[in-house]
Unconditional design. Structure first.
Lengths: 363, 507, 313, 381
């Protein structure tokens, strides 16, 4: 009977971007959506999967997603990591032709063209693309019936953590460490700066790019440099380079605070939970799960889904906010959140636009 | 008593049988010479005794005991010392460091340099070999380097001293000094094995002489029972005449000249001071001098490796502004180098490639930058035969030829290049009598063809025999200009040591 | 603590991995064996250090594991290049390439990820730091008031290695082998033994460099480690003319440029803030080339560096 | 062809010519065996791993052979480019680690001339020709800087090429790609530079695959380099320089070779070839320069060159071998083996190439008695 079960299982393929498994950021987040939630399995030593216990399953769902109906879907995951850009297309090809997957997920905007091209080549396969819409040969966005794209409003969650940082800083100096100047990271930066400006107009913002997503040593000296210059709250959107930020914060301890990105880094004991004031959340896991669910339910539709504060697709983590901000300040943050949801505030997407952006005065 | 004996030593290299059943016996307290052509197997035999090579078969006895010498460490323990044909020195180390290396005075793990310097000082006084213990070896002349080599083995208390061509780079005076030392060592009961191509020296210093040829011992003779001529014949298998027939050629126009040349060497010291001379077509100008008195600076300035701080160099009448070997050669210079392995040849290249190097971009060897192999092969075959290179196979790598044949490849190349001026820097260094004879013949040929030759040599007899005019270098200056017919070796010797000056002779 | 002291301390922290590896290069290459495997060795040790620390919960055990793998990889390099007189560059490239593959494999095998290891106890935590509070406010000296033992070790090793190379018998022999192995051999020195030693010792130093990253300054291994720092170290070694102090100054130059770059980037105002980050980030590399052109010029290594030593016949 | 045959079989006949082929082959076989033992010792199935690897590598025919074979050639052409770039410098006695930077410079140049307006309207042949020329010029200049500093200032090319790699990386990804050359996100969705125009794409040579003329161009380059090395005076001179590099190329200089000029020329050629490879990735695979392109082809090129013994045709084979390993790499993940496993094999092959004295010795031991093996095959210690 066991064999029969595997045969009837829907196969879900996933291609990571070059960051790969274990990036503690959106690749991992997408994998949680697929492996932990949809398939309810755990990746184990020696490769392969073993079943996940119910308690682990429940524990894996963050508080703000408890009401999103996450439950196991009886699917079989096939994950291919990419070592370089050039692997994307062969990986997708492998998943479609050899593994015969029903849905192929491309994690990251870097797969935009690869998914775009493959979706045309394999019209009978369904695709999901995270962080971007599919692109045609000349890089323009195309609408394909078999591709479902998920975008996130990083500027909105960036804005809220920026607002928190504006309150949290005692030196009136805050920092920001970016990986590379690419759209999602720039959206974070724009939101963050706008947020800081809103709650603390006097605050000086130090911004730095390491030009690498994978060198924590650089993240560490970048952070150290900002601390040296007086910053006491620092946000990163730099992948593993940002791990170096938490390292630096942890070594210095109080009064310095770090702000995590993409996932709730305040829950990650391997980083610096004690000094993580909040995290800008981007629920790639939820998007992945939803897409898989639509395939399982037969409701899959092509098109673009933009996840924002409104639908809980982005947000900020409570972590230590209560310990740092006053109740009044917290309610102001919540107010700002509401104002974004109801459209009173439009957060800029481009860091260059922040200088001329009119900060809300009443909230 | 027998100090050293080798019995039935066989040593094969991939291409040659270097030692073919060699047996020799050397008495304690004698100076035993080994002579033989280049590649006869002398060095190989000595390296076997010193543990650097492992023989394919054969036995070694030291002071009567059969010994298994696996490495130099074993040899040193058996009180065997060796001065190698190619100096085994570390140029960047000081004299002291070179001498004590491997047996250093120490305090714990720390190298006790002060004591080492003292020890070396004592040692040099004891054996009368003057050196400055704290000088870097790269700053020493070859003669002094030789002393360092000898002190090295004396310090280890060697009883059997092997000297492989120790005089190849020495001046007559230095050679005399060395011989005094060797005789003194002999009086002290040390055994000395002496290898040389200079049969005169062998006849002067040795008690017995072994002649090797093609890996075999041709015979061992007592000095009183033999002569230079006979030794040469045993070695080469025919009579050798080293005397150069004096040919007189009409002097033509100036083919090469330098004026007021002043050159700093790589150490930043002025090595050549205000030197001026001309070379006319049809003459050989000899430069005599003790090594380290400006020869290297002169050669390197002519090649453009050292930029003169003053003075001019002319090819013919043309002043050379940008001096590079390429520019000099295109204006008609050929060059025989003293260092064939490092300068003269591209060792991993085949003989054919070495022969055409420098002309490789000329017709017929290449056409619009593309090599013409057929033309090259035809030319090379002809040249290898003409210059008697053995084996006359252009497809063998240069590194696989013996020293003498390597030199012939260089000659074949340099002579076949279109040139009016030949710069010959120690062209017979390390060559056996046969090869030396050949080089002399070529130089005289050059003169007959109305080329101008600048011959730099440390070998006074060579300079005296070949030159039409002799310039003596001392301390970077030309301290004398003489005609060989109007001078003596003694006179030149005095000038070489800076004890006498002689004005330029006006023609 | 003032900005200068903090920046200096950061500079020392950032320089340490490079300095260790450069010192490793110095000793290996003084023994006549070219070591372009520094990057690979750092990667091996960075991982094994973390693994050891993770298994034992002690950074000290991690240190031992890292040194252990350094010895093994060094022995591998020596086996190829010394025992079999193999091409040293080829061997070094082999180690670098294997390191990329095998460490990712291990990462997946042991920590079930291909990105980052879990965090482990490390030498940067307060208990493992050497704190000298009373100097903390003195300019420059204050930079030394709260460094990790790795940083101190890297500084001590500069002196130590200098002593070893230029004051001890072993050092004399190492250098002699790098300059002219045949001469050393004729003096009864066991060239092979010396080369084995210097190659392995160099690998151990490079291993310390790898660990200075993973358990010295950070507390985990990431798959991209050491992100090219081994090659920077190689450059620092050449820049420093194959001497311990030279390597130190070169590493410091590079690390200072890196710290300066971040400070400039963070504080850029007006026109300067319009300068693209790429220019700031490439500053250290431009400075290095500039220094080579301006001050240092031609560097000459040990005479027999890279020449395989075979005992013939 | 006659010449190739001659080089392989006649000229190399130094007693045991077959050794020159047998040694690399044995290295590969031993590396595969050691790799298998390694996989097995970590509790995975080596047979499955190799089955997946080779099926996906394009080296052995199988169900999806057409696509894997063409993918393999596609990636091989990149490795051949960086391998050749290293090799030609190595043959002239230069140790260039700069292919990595030159490769990215080529990729970004191709992107620029691929999308920039005045060019994008040209017909394919003209457009591509212009792009490739500009690519080689840019990469050549990148290499030339190292050559210039070495020739004129005597500065070690190893340091300079390492530094230039980083400078290329930071200037491209920290400035060009995110600044003046960044794609307009409001009209398109790709990040990095805009896509190149269709006229800038390398023509496909096999329908329904990605295989383009890149591999043909690379084979042509191999032939050109071989010709250059062995048939021209230029090649003659740079080989002489390579052989005399340990002594500061003294013999070459004395024989009248203008080594400074040659060093600059060689570095220029080396950079141009590496850049050509970089352009293939833009013009034939990604069609734009992505925001993150930490590819590593330059460093792998060193391994490719070394496996190919720095011989142009050797690099053809080693490039295909490494290309195949890479193409098969992602497939091994199906057997839950990390995608970098093939790098282990690659490294082991290089290691055994370095150990060729040992392999020669062992091979001789197989066919001969021990004594001759020692004197003829290897060395004794
Ligand atoms: N390491 C080696 N490998 C291969 N062949 C060698 C090696 N050393 C010497 N030979 C060969 O052995 C033969 C003997 O060389 P050896 O150096 O002993 O001659 P030699 O008598 O010392 O000559 P010379 O007078 O020029 O010093 C030569 O033919 C030489 O080519
Ligand atoms: N590893 C080797 N393989 C092949 N031939 C070699 C090797 N080592 C040395 N030879 C050759 O052996 C010969 C003898 O070596 P050696 O160094 O004694 O030169 P030589 O013939 O004595 O010349 P010279 O007069 O310059 O000393 C040379 O032709 C040299 O090139
Ligand atoms: Mg000899
Ligand atoms: Mg000899």
């Amino acid at each position: 009977t066991k064999k029969q079960v595997t045969v009837t299982k829907i196969k879900i393929g996933l291609v990571t971007d070059v960051g790969g498994r274990g990036d503690r950021s959106f690749n991992d987040s997408a994998l949680r959506g697929l492996e932990t939630w949809a398939a309810k399995v755990k990746y184990v030593q020696g490769g392969g999967y073993e079943a996940l216990s119910d308690s682990d399953f429940t524990a894996s769902i963050p508080d703000d997603l408890k009401d999103k109906g996450i439950a196991a879907l009886n699917v079989e995951p096939v994950v291919l990591e990419s070592k370089v850009q050039e692997d994307y297309i062969p990986n997708i090809q492998n998943l479609v032709e050899q593994q015969k997957c029903d849905l192929v997920i491309g994690v990251g905007f870097m797969l935009a063209s690869a998914i775009g091209e493959s979706a045309v080549k394999y019209p009978d396969t369904k695709f999901m693309l995270i962080d971007s819409t599919p692109a045609d040969a000349s890089g323009n966005s195309v609408d394909l019936a078999n591709v479902s794209s998920y975008l996130f409003k990083e500027n909105e969650c960036g804005y809220l953590v920026g607002a928190i940082a504006g309150y949290a800083t005692e030196t009136n100096k805050v920092g920001y460490v970016g990986g590379m100047e690419i759209p999602p990271v720039l959206r974070y930066e724009a939101g963050y700066k706008a947020g800081v400006k809103t709650t603390n107009s006097k605050a000086q913002i130090f911004g730095q790019y390491a030009n690498k997503f994978d060198d924590p040593a650089l993240g560490k000296i970048a952070t150290d440099a900002q601390i040296t210059l007086g910053a006491d709250v620092i946000f990163h959107a730099a992948g593993a380079t940002g791990n170096g930020m938490f390292q630096a914060i942890c070594e210095k301890g109080a009064p310095y605070w770090g702000i995590g990105v993409d996932v709730d880094m305040g829950l990650d004991p391997k980083l610096c939970p004690d000094r993580t004031v909040t995290s800008a959340l981007k629920h790639v896991d939820l998007a992945t799960f939803d897409a898989i669910k639509s395939v399982v339910d037969g409701t899959f539709k092509g098109g673009v889904t933009t996840l924002s504060l409104k639908d809980g697709g982005v947000g900020y983590a409570p972590d230590h906010v209560k310990d740092v901000l006053s109740a009044d300040q917290i309610s102001k943050i919540e107010n700002l959140k509401k104002m974004i949801i109801d459209g009173t505030i439009t957060v800029p997407e481009d860091p260059k636009a922040v200088d001329t952006w009119a900060t809300p005065t009443t909230f | 008593m027998e100090a050293l004996a080798v019995k039935n030593i066989v040593k094969k290299f991939p291409n040659v049988l270097a030692n073919d059943n060699v047996s020799l016996s050397i008495e304690k307290g004698e100076i035993f010479a080994i002579v033989g052509e280049n590649g006869a197997g002398k060095s190989t035999l000595m390296k076997i005794v010193y543990g650097l090579y492992t023989p394919n078969s054969g036995e070694i006895f030291v002071f009567g005991n059969k010994e298994d010498i696996k490495n130099s460490h074993d040899a040193i323990k058996l009180k065997i010392g060796m001065v190698h044909q190619e100096f085994m020195l570390i140029p960047r180390f000081t004299v002291t460091e070179n001498i004590v290396l491997g047996d250093e005075p120490k305090k714990g793990v720390v190298f006790d340099y002060k004591r080492a310097v003292l020890e070396v000082k004592e040692l040099s006084e004891k054996f009368g070999l003057k050196i400055n213990p704290t000088e870097k070896v790269e700053n020493l002349s070859v003669g002094i380097q030789q002393r360092v080599e000898i002190l090295k083995i004396l310090r280890r208390g060697a009883e059997i001293l092997i000297l492989d061509e120790p005089t190849a780079v020495l001046t007559p005076q230095e050679t005399e000094e060395l011989f005094k030392t060797l005789n003194a060592l002999k009086q002290n009961g040390k055994t000395i094995i002496f290898i040389s191509h200079k049969l005169g020296e062998v006849m002067e210093i040795a008690d017995r002489v072994a002649v090797m040829r093609r890996g075999k011992v041709q015979g061992v003779v007592n000095k009183p029972d033999t002569s230079e001529k006979e030794l040469a014949k045993m070695m080469v298998g025919r009579d050798v005449v080293l005397e150069v027939p004096q040919v007189k050629v009409e002097k033509g126009k100036v083919v090469f000249s330098v004026s007021g040349l002043t050159v700093k060497n790589t150490r930043g010291i002025i090595g050549l001071k205000n030197v001026s001379f001309e070379v006319y077509s049809g003459e050989i100008v000899g430069i005599a001098g003790v090594e380290g008195n400006g020869q290297a600076e002169l050669v390197n300035a002519i090649l453009g490796f050292l930029k003169p701080i003053n003075g001019k160099i002319y090819m013919g009448m043309e002043e050379m502004k940008f001096i590079t070997p390429y520019n000099m050669r295109t204006r008609g210079m050929s060059y025989i180098t003293e260092d064939r392995k490092r300068r003269g040849l591209v060792l991993p290249f085949k003989a054919r490639e070495n022969v055409i190097m420098g002309q490789h971009s000329l017709y017929p060897f290449s056409n619009k930058g593309i090599l013409n192999n057929q033309a090259i092969d035809e030319f090379v075959t002809k040249k290898l035969e003409e210059f008697d290179v053995r084996p006359p196979n252009g497809y063998i790598k240069a590194e696989s030829f013996s020293g003498g044949n390597q030199q012939k490849i260089i000659l074949a190349r340099e002579m076949s290049m279109k040139h009016s001026f030949l710069l010959a820097s120690q062209p017979t260094r390390g060559l056996d009598v046969g090869a030396t004879e050949f080089v002399y013949k070529i130089l005289v040929e050059e003169k007959k063809k109305s080329k101008g030759v600048l011959l730099i040599s440390l070998e006074l007899s060579e300079i005296m025999g070949l030159s039409d005019r002799i310039l003596v270098l001392y301390g970077g200056e030309i301290v004398g200009e003489v005609m060989p017919s109007e001078t003596t070796e003694e006179e030149i010797g005095l000038m070489m040591l800076g004890l006498k000056r002689k004005e330029r002779v006006e023609q | 603590m003032n900005i200068l002291n903090q920046s200096l301390a950061q500079m020392l922290d950032f320089a340490a991995p490079i300095l260790f590896a450069a010192l490793g290069g110095v000793i290996t290459e003084n023994g006549g064996v070219v070591n372009i495997a520094l990057d690979g060795i750092m990667r091996f040790a960075a991982f094994f250090g973390v693994w050891g620390a993770s298994v034992s919960k002690s950074p000290w055990v991690g240190l031992l594991w890292g040194i252990g793998i350094g010895i093994l990889v060094g022995a591998f390099h020596a086996y190829i290049t010394v025992k079999w007189a193999g091409n040293q560059i080829v061997s070094g490239v082999a180690i670098n390439v294997v390191a990329v593959g095998i460490i990712t494999y291990f990462l997946e095998l042991i920590f079930k990820t291909t990105g980052y290891s879990p965090t482990v106890p490390y030498f940067g935590s307060a208990v493992n730091r050497i704190s000298i509070p009373f100097i903390s406010n003195i300019p420059i000296l204050g930079a030394f008031s709260n460094l990790t033992i790795f940083v101190w070790l890297s500084l001590f090793l500069v002196f130590g290695l200098n002593f070893l190379l230029y004051r001890t018998v072993l050092g004399l022999r190492i250098r002699s082998v790098g300059e002219n192995p045949i001469a050393a051999e004729t003096l009864g020195i066991n060239v092979f033994k010396v080369k084995w030693f210097s190659t392995i010792a160099g690998a151990v130093l490079a291993a310390l460099g790898g660990m200075a990253l993973s358990i010295g300054s950070l507390s985990s291994f990431t798959n991209s480690m050491p992100a090219g720092k081994g090659f920077i170290a190689l450059a620092a070694m050449i820049f420093g003319r194959w001497t311990p102090f030279g390597a130190m100054w070169a590493s410091f130059l590079f690390a200072s440029a890196q710290v300066l770059q971040f400070i400039l980037q963070a504080t850029a105002k007006g026109i300067a803030s319009k300068i693209p980050v790429g220019f700031y980030l490439s500053l250290p590399y431009f400075l290095t080339i500039g220094a080579l052109i301006g001050v240092v010029g031609k560097a000459v290594g040990p005479a027999a560096d890279g020449v395989p030593y075979k005992k013939e016949g | 062809m006659k010449e190739l045959f001659y080089r392989l079989f006649v000229e190399r006949k130094e007693k045991y010519w077959w050794m020159n082929l047998l040694v690399p082959v044995t290295s590969i076989v031993i590396a595969l065996i050691v790799g298998a033992i390694f996989i097995w010792s970590t509790g995975r199935d080596p047979f499955l791993a190799y089955k997946l690897l080779f099926n996906a590598s394009g080296l052995v025919p199988g169900p999806y052979w057409k696509s894997s074979f063409t993918e393999m050639l596609l990636s091989s052409s990149l490795f051949i480019a960086t391998g050749l770039a290293f090799a030609i410098a190595a043959r002239s006695g230069l140790f260039s680690i700069g292919a990595e930077g030159q490769f990215t410079v080529g990729a970004i140049t191709a992107a620029y001339f691929g999308y920039a307006k005045p060019f994008a309207a040209l017909p394919t042949i003209i457009h591509l020709t212009i792009i490739l020329l500009m690519v080689m010029l840019a990469g050549g200049l990148w290499g030339f800087v190292a050559g210039y500093l070495r020739a004129k200032k005597g500065i070690n090319e190893v340091i300079v090429t390492i530094m230039l790699n980083w400078i290329a990386f930071h200037l491209i990804e920290g400035w060009l790609v995110t600044g003046p050359m960044a794609a307009d996100v409001s009209t398109g969705v790709i990040s990095g530079t805009p896509s190149v125009s269709p006229t800038a794409r390398l023509p496909i040579i096999l329908h329904n695959t990605r295989l383009n003329i890149g591999i043909l161009i690379m084979i042509a380059v191999i032939i050109i380099i071989w010709f250059l090395l062995y048939k021209t005076t230029f090649g003659f001179e740079i080989r002489a320089m390579g052989h005399t590099a340990v002594w500061g190329m003294e013999a070459s200089r004395v024989q009248g070779i203008n080594i400074n000029k040659r060093i600059m020329q060689v570095m220029l050629i080396s950079g141009a070839i590496a850049a050509l490879g970089g352009s293939f990735i833009t013009l034939g695979i990604n069609f734009h320069y992505p925001p993150v392109a930490d590819s590593g082809y330059g460093f792998d090129g060193i391994a490719v060159a070394l496996i190919g013994q720095n011989e142009p045709f050797g690099i053809l084979f080693s490039g295909i071998l490494i290309g195949a390993l890479r193409t098969g790499a992602t497939a091994v993940q199906i057997a839950h083996i990390p995608k970098t496993f093939p790098s282990i094999i690659e490294g082991l092959i290089v290691a055994f190439i370095a150990l060729q004295e040992l392999i020669r010795y062992l091979l001789f031991k197989l066919v001969k008695t021990k004594r001759t093996a020692q004197t003829e095959g290897g060395l004794t210690q």
